[in-house]
Structures are given as C-alpha cells and as structure tokens.
Design a protein around this ligand. Structure first.
Ligand code: WTA
Length: 701
C-alpha cells in the first residue's frame, strides 16, 4: 500500500495523482449454466461497439424500442455539450414499457409488490392491469389536474406499486416527473418541487418500514410550505392510500388542495388515454442529486436516448428475459430504481419486484425468504445492504431454497471480502456478479463486466460498458494509461444515449460541473474535445479493469447515497449558535462512509450539548435521517489556510486516524494538534493507511 506520508505530501500538490497499490484479485469465471442462457455472448459485439462504429453502434439499443417515427440522425453534436440523440425520432415511454407487451404478455406479472408486513399477501400486477391503471391515472393527471406535456410533477412516495404507476402515467402524457426519495424530509421535497416548478405533488398517506407505520402525508404540508417560501405555489396534492378506504395519516386532508386518488379515479375507470408521441429529446424526468455546491441539482433525462440506453443495458448486463423474476432492492426514489427497477426491466417485458420494507426486518432472513417465495433469479443491491446482511446473518442465505443466476452490486466500491461473501454465500457459487459503476447523471451503467463474457474481479467494476470509452486524466490533463498505478479523475471521452441532457434550469452549471475541466477546445463541435468529468477517482491496471476509488468532490457516499457536504454545512449554519462548520467523511463498517461534523460556536454559548442536538435535528429535517452525522465535534477553531479556506482534508485525516500531513503552512497550525487530541485522545495512536477516497476528499476544491 502507498506510504501515507508520501501520499499526503503528494496530495498537498496534486491529490488526484496518488499512487495506488493493492493486492490484485484473481479472476472468477462466469458459470457455464449462466453463459448457456445469457442474452449477450456473441464476441462480435465488441467490434459492433468499437470506437470506429460510434455513434451508430447505439442503433442496436434504440432498435430494442418501438418508435412512432424512426430517427434520422443518431447523434447531433452541433451544440456541445448538449448532445442530441436519435434526432427526428418519436416514441412514448409508457407505450414501450406497457402497451407493446400486451400482445404476448398481458397475463404475466409486470410488477410484484412485497409489503413489509409478512402477513399481508404479495400482490402481482399483470401487464394488462398495469395498462389499465396507468391509463386511469393518466386521465386523472390530464383531466383533473390539467397537466400536459412538459409540465413537471413532484412525486414524494415510498416503495409501493402506485409509485411506478404514477411515473408511467406521467410518461404517457410527456409530463416530466421528479421523484423524491420517500425517506427525504418534506422540506427536501418542497425545495425540489420549487426548483422544478411543480404545481402538483403526489404523495402516499403512509407506509411500513422497519416495523413502524410511517405517517408520510405529514410531509406534504411541510413541502407545500417550503415550496411557498421558495416562491412556488403547489395547488394540488394527490394522495394514494396504502390501504383502500382507510387513511393512515394523522394530518387532515385540506379541502381544495388534497385529493384521494381512489376518489378521483372513480370517474375514470377503464378510461384510455392515448400515449403522446414525443420527440426523442423531450425530457422524461428529473432526478435531484447532490453535487459540489449547496443546492441539489435536477438531472434532466431525455426520452429516446435514456430509454434506449437503460433497455440495452438491462438486456445485456442485467440479463433480463421476460421469464425471469428480477429483484432490484434499491429504492425507486434513486436513479437505480428509475433505470433498473422501472424503465429498463419493463421495456424488456420483464417482471420486477418492489419491496416496501428494509432488508433486515423483522430479521436478517427476510430477503432470502422473499427470494425463495417468489423464486427470484436476478438480484440487485448495494454493498451497504450486503455488508449489513452479512453482519447480521452470515449463515442465513443457505437456510433458504432460492437460486440466483445473476447478482449486481452498485452504488459504492465493494471490498473484495464483502464481494466474496456475496459470491459464495448469497450466490451459492452459482451466480455471476456484475459490479456496475455509474451515476445519476449517466442514466445507466458505465463500467461493468459483460456477465456472460468477461471474468469477474472482486473489488473492480471492470471494463467499460459497450460504446463507452473512458480515460483517467490527472490534474495536468495527462492521460494515465493502463498499468500506470496512478489514481486520477475518470472521464468518459464520448457522449452516450443515457447521459443527462442538462441540469434543470441551469445550463451553465451543467457545463461547468461536467465539461469545463477537461474540455480541449470550447469552440469545437467534435465530441472528442468534450470529455465528461465524473468526479470519481479511479485507477486502471494493465488488464483494463477500472477500479473506482470514490468521489473527488465534496460528496460523501453514505450507504450508496450521495450527500453534499456543503448541503450539510449549510444546514448546520442555520443553527444560530454555530459560527463555522465543516463536514468530512469517516469510514463506517456498514454504511461505507458517514458524515462527521466539526463546528466552532459563537462566543458565549454555554450549552454546547444542546447545540449539538439541535444540529442533528436540523440535519434530519432539512435533508433526512440518512444524513444524520456519525459524530459532532465542537472545536475552538477550524484549521484554515492563510487565505481562510477550511482544510477539510486535515479534519478527514483526523477522523479516520490518518496522517494529517504537513500543516505548518496553515494560518493556525496549533489547532490541528488540539483537535486531534480532542478526537483521538491523548494516548498513542496507530495511524492508518485509510482509503483512497478519503485521501482524495476535497481535492478538487
Ligand atoms: C459511486 C448511483 C464504486 C461513485 C448509481 C459515483 C460506485 C456515485 C459504484 C454515484 C461502483 C456508484 N463502484 N463506486 N460500482 N457505483 N458508485 O448518483 O462515487 O447515486 O460517483 O448513482 O456512486 O451515485 P449516484
């Protein structure tokens, strides 16, 4: 492993250029049984998707869809980096995910809902029934809410069937949905509703999670208030009831604003709403995510390119066939759920499982009971869930009679040891694993092995996905070639159909954030001059298997969820006693990373414990429980450079017992030792090497 002292020294000048050494893992080969049935085994695919066939290679994905009008230009680069895909084409996403399957599969389950309470029966929704319900909901949106193509709707809902039904109803009309993760607070939902200009929000009254009944509708009142503060009036709240005819919330329905969906639907039973034929480039949805600056940004995804990309990658990398039972345990409120629970699997006529609950409730056998009961054969989850299931029930999988052919890991780097438990215990040595690296912005997978063709390597995402040509650049724009052993910024050299269109309402930020850093010529309309900057550190060994190290910006990946440290710091500063705050990542055994808050209080504050409690509560209300810090340190001052910049990297080193490096040039070097003693104690400490992403933290500040 790298010498920490040297790494810290190198880091002072050039952080994204540290040397990375690790034990090379052995290749593991996909089982013959998997290969025998896989969607992708033809070696000619490599040639078809080679750089010389770009961008026409992506016809292969677009041809998996039904188009109302075929496109005339595969990729239009005339206005970089606002690439246009399948230009001139027209299609409808809900038609492609629902209507077109009726001929062959109307009687097959499209979605299977698994409620958290085990005594409540599982519910399978056929494609015919999905078709009926999507049409009826589209009628409500159009006729009762007056929504039309291009309008935005914010959907703040838990994992129940009505969530994808509402999304597909929006897609039928070309209404742009913005789904906010159900676990986010009303404030967070209201902020996003305001940013997107939503007049209508969709809620559920409640749901079950971790054995608790959650009153979700209570968030709606807060969201409406928050949106109003931001200058956006929300006129209508549509409320799905988790149990028909009952109301799970303690908050009253507000006359003239709140409507039960089951009431509204009565007028529209069996009504049909023709799918609107939309331009390929029409926006399909917004997905807010955290980035370098405080405000979450609305990643805007397009209709044609996005659907083509998630359909192609679901077929080739998730290996979904209509007869499979596919279960992705992510939440639909994140991009993984959009692309790989809803749109990709349904476009292929697949059967996709939706689970309301948490994996370890009521016990750590629950997930495997569901797998056995539904005969799930494709399973998709995050390293955090795997670590948790392993910790709480290492021997549980073998007690249940299920057999996976395919498993996915996504969202964070996975340690080889965790990977091996996943492979051996969860997959029982029978399932192939894909470690898929991608982002909210990218719509679909960027690096992963081809499950029926490539060997797996624990801890490495693997080669680029078909049609993706990545490179690793250092801070001086130097291309770090395979085998250099150096870490740098992973970039994608070319556009692809799944890439976001822009940041909603902020084209400049889109350019700045992803393209300015490595643009070779701002005047050029040649895509080769516009690499996409992913803000992840990576290394590339000689075999071409990318190993992703984690974020190089101010984002902390908590349990696979992106949290902006600037958002957390802004929340801390809303507590009036807090003078300054800095948030850094600390390694957590289960969640990968967690935020730690360092803060200095205003003079004369006598009750720091109360302030700490208030900070936690503010973070939970403004962002959500997932942002709860692992610890809070009230310090007398924060380490700063002479120009007054807070040295978050030094704080991250302290929290992770890593070498703080040379701090003599700071404006207040003594504070470092003071904070170190406060956090680590006065006794001797054994310094750790620490993971690369913590070393890289804040390096692009
Ligand atoms: C991280 C989730 C290592 C990465 C799909 C990225 C990963 C961020 C992997 C995006 C992986 C995602 N290995 N790291 N297989 N997949 N990441 O937008 O840091 O929620 O930038 O999208 O998660 O998170 P997001």
């Amino acid at each position: 492993m790298a010498d920490p002292k040297q790494a810290a020294k190198a880091g002072a000048e050039n952080e994204a250029h540290i040397a990375v050494h690790w034990r090379e893992e052995e290749y593991v080969y996909p089982p013959a049984k998997f290969i025998g049935q896989a969607n992708l085994t033809d070696p000619a695919v490599l040639e078809r998707f080679s750089e010389k066939n770009f961008p026409e290679c992506y016809r292969e994905y677009a041809d998996m869809l039904d188009w109302d009008e075929y496109w005339h230009t595969t990729l239009d680069t005339s206005n970089p980096q606002f690439w246009k895909w399948f230009v001139g084409g027209k299609l409808n996403v809900s038609y492609n995910c629902v209507d077109r399957h009726l001929k062959k599969y109307k009687n097959k389950a499209a979605l299977i809902f698994v409620p958290e309470p085990e005594d409540e029966p599982v519910y399978a929704l056929t494609y015919q029934e999905l078709y009926t319900r999507v049409n009826e909901v589209a009628a409500v949106l159009r006729e009762d809410c007056g929504l039309k193509t291009g309008d935005r709707v914010t959907i703040h809902m838990p994992m129940i069937l009505e969530l994808p039904i509402t999304m597909l109803a929006c897609a039928r009309l070309g209404v742009v949905h913005s789904v906010v993760f159900g676990g986010f607070s009303g404030e967070a939902a209201g902020l996003r509703a305001a940013d997107s200009g939503s007049h209508v929000m969709v809620y559920a009254d409640g749901y079950y999670r971790g054995g608790k009944k959650i009153d979700h509708k209570a968030s709606a009142d807060i969201a409406v208030e928050m949106a109003k503060k931001e200058g956006q009036k929300v006129d209508k709240i549509l409320v799905w009831r988790r149990h028909r005819g009952q109301y799970m919330s303690a908050k009253p329905m507000i006359e003239g604003r709140d409507y039960f969906m089951d009431d509204l639907l009565k007028k529209h039973l069996r009504k049909k709403v023709a799918p609107v034929s939309l331009d390929s480039e029409a926006p399909l949805f917004l997905m807010y995510t955290s980035g370098t600056t405080g405000k979450p940004k609305g990643c805007q995804h397009r209709t044609g390119g996005y659907l083509a990309y998630v359909t192609g990658t679901s077929k080739y990398y998730q290996d979904i066939h209509p007869e499979d039972v596919y279960w992705c345990m992510a939440d639909i409120g994140w991009i993984t759920g959009h692309s790989y629970i809803v749109y990709g699997p349904l476009a292929l006529g697949g059967t996709s499982v939706i689970f309301e609950g948490v994996p370890n409730y009521p016990d750590s056998g629950r997930v495997w009971r569901i797998a056995e009961q539904l005969d799930v054969n494709i399973f998709h989850t995050s390293p955090t869930a795997i670590r948790m299931l392993r910790k709480t029930g290492p021997d549980e999988p073998q007690k249940y009679n299920y057999h996976f052919k395919h498993m996915t890991t996504v969202g964070e780097p996975i340690e080889p040891e965790t990977w091996r438990w996943y492979y051996e215990s969860v997959g029982k040595g029978e399932a192939v694993i894909v470690d898929t690296w991608w982002q909210t912005e990218t719509g679909g997978f960027l690096c992963t092995t081809k499950p029926g063709m490539d060997p797996m390597k624990a801890g490495s995402a693997g080669p680029p996905a078909l049609g993706i040509y990545p490179a690793i650049y250092d801070e001086e724009n130097k291309d770090l070639k395979a085998g250099s052993g150096k870490a740098g910024n992973i970039c994608i050299r070319n556009p692809w159909p799944g890439i976001m269109q822009t940041i909603w309402g902020d084209n400049d930020r889109f350019t700045r954030q992803y393209y300015t850093k490595y643009c070779k010529n701002p005047k050029s309309t040649d895509w080769r001059d516009w690499p996409y900057f992913a803000a992840d550190g990576a290394v590339l060994p000689a075999d071409g298997y990318f190993r992703i190290l984690g974020r190089v910006d101010d984002v902390i990946n908590v349990a696979g969820h992106r949290l902006g440290t600037k958002e957390l710091e802004a929340a801390c500063l809303t507590v009036k006693e807090v003078a300054e705050a800095a948030v850094v990542p600390v390694v957590d055994e289960i969640k990968g990373r967690m935020p730690v808050v360092y803060m200095a209080l205003k003079p004369g504050v006598s009750d720091p414990q109360r302030v700490e409690k208030e900070v936690i509560s503010v973070i939970e209300t403004l962002i959500g429980k997932i942002a709860r810090p692992k610890s809070i340190h009230v310090v007398s001052d924060l380490p700063k450079t002479r120009s007054g910049k807070i040295m978050r990297r030094v704080l991250a080193a302290i929290s992770n017992t890593m070498d703080v490096g040379d701090v003599t040039t700071l404006a207040n070097p003594d504070i470092v030792e003071e904070i170190r003693k406060q956090v680590q104690g006065t006794g001797p400490v054994q310094l750790k090497e620490g993971p690369e992403d913590v070393k890289l933290f804040g390096s692009n500040e």
